[in-house]
Design a protein around this ligand. Structure first.
Ligand code: ATP
Length: 326
């Protein structure tokens, strides 16, 4: 059977996220299984502009990667692709390589770029949401979020051991760009005394709650989203020291530890589902959509909406759960 799309390009872009490899694997195998050629584009949009492309001809080309963190295609942030000239170069490479459609595995920035390319040069693009931040509208989960969440909880559990032994308050800085999903849910899962996130403008109250909670015990954990307050976790520690100089505090910045590691089973499963669904979308002649997962079902949402709409963190719901730990 002949399909309109004969060759796809696949790339990973923006921040790396555990499970990207599982998505590359699923895209490749689903495409080859439907007689679609697969061109792997290395180093995100930079690699597209510079024609860093290798064809995957065999399902074995993506063997042994489902359990590996990071991305075998490497990832990059490309300033050139932000410009119309850069995207023109990218389109010329797509033509030269005879790539009819592009699958972009990344976050909202990567999808903004993909949409611009689609609008300017009429290229069919499909987005697969992969970011540890889980900040994309139109999907309950993004690839990498579950792994990062579990990594954070594991680290906080360890800090709890030392914090209890020394009767200390640990203030832990968590990633998330502009979103508090990682911080809030890690705080719930780790039984933290407080979570300070960008979506909630109640720093003083959060800190006071945490200090009140600590009255029953000598240690404590406060999680701080990296951009919730200027200065991050250190700024929160300084504030506490100013008002409660008797408290022993320590700051831990988890940093890039949160990005690494073998993806959880959940991330591998959703990456596999989404990778197959991206090929299905092309077979159905869809374009400029993001694959999403809502209530366990695969859906397709327009890229324009996924980029523009803001995902609701439903603060009120989580607030009760957090106070359980105090
Ligand atoms: P993460 O959420 O993990 O950081 P992301 O996809 O949002 O992932 P970005 O660094 O925001 O990561 O974007 C990745 C790349 O997408 C950029 O380096 C750039 O090449 C492209 N991009 C981002 N925004 C735009 C834009 N407004 N126009 C064109 N291209 C863009």
């Amino acid at each position: 059977m002949e399909y309109k799309i004969k060759t796809i390009g696949v790339l990973t872009s923006g921040g790396d996220a555990p499970g990207m490899n599982a998505a590359i694997r699923a895209v490749t195998r689903a495409a080859l299984g439907n007689n679609i050629r697969v061109k792997a584009i290395y180093r995100g949009y930079n690699g597209l502009i510079n024609d860093e492309i290798k064809e995957f001809t065999d399902p074995q080309d993506v063997s042994g990667i489902i359990y590996r963190g990071g991305t075998i295609l490497y990832t990059a942030r490309s300033e050139e692709f932000r410009t119309p000239e850069g995207r023109k170069k990218a389109y010329e490479v797509l033509q030269k390589e005879e790539i009819d459609a592009l699958i972009v595995i990344g976050g909202d920035g990567s999808f903004t770029g993909a949409r611009a390319l689609a609008q300017e040069w009429n290229v069919p693009v499909i987005g697969i949401p992969a970011t540890i931040d889980n900040d994309l509208w139109g999907t309950d989960a993004t690839i990498g979020y579950d792994t990062a969440l579990n990594t954070i909880v594991e680290c906080v559990d360890k800090l709890r051991d030392t914090g209890m032994s020394h009767e200390r308050l640990f203030i832990v800085e968590v990633m998330g760009r502009d979103a508090g999903f990682l911080t809030l849910n890690a705080a719930i899962a780790a039984g933290a005394e407080a979570a300070i996130i960008p979506e909630r403008d109640a720093l003083g109250q959060e800190v006071e709650n945490a200090m009140n909670g600590r009255k029953h015990k000598s240690s404590g954990i406060i999680l701080v989203q990296e951009h919730a307050i200027e200065g991050g976790a250190q700024a929160v520690a300084d504030l506490i020291q100013k008002h409660h100089p008797e408290v022993s505090t320590r700051v831990t910045i988890l940093g890039h530890l949160q990005r690494g590691g073998s993806p959880t089973a959940y991330d591998r499963i959703i990456a596999s589902q989404m990778g197959c669904a991206a090929i299905q979308a092309l077979l159905e002649e869809q374009r400029s959509v993001m694959v999403g997962l809502v209530n366990g079902e695969i859906i397709y949402v327009p890229l324009s909406k996924a980029i523009k709409e803001k995902k609701d963190i439903s603060n009120a719901k989580w607030k009760d759960m957090l106070t359980l730990s105090v």
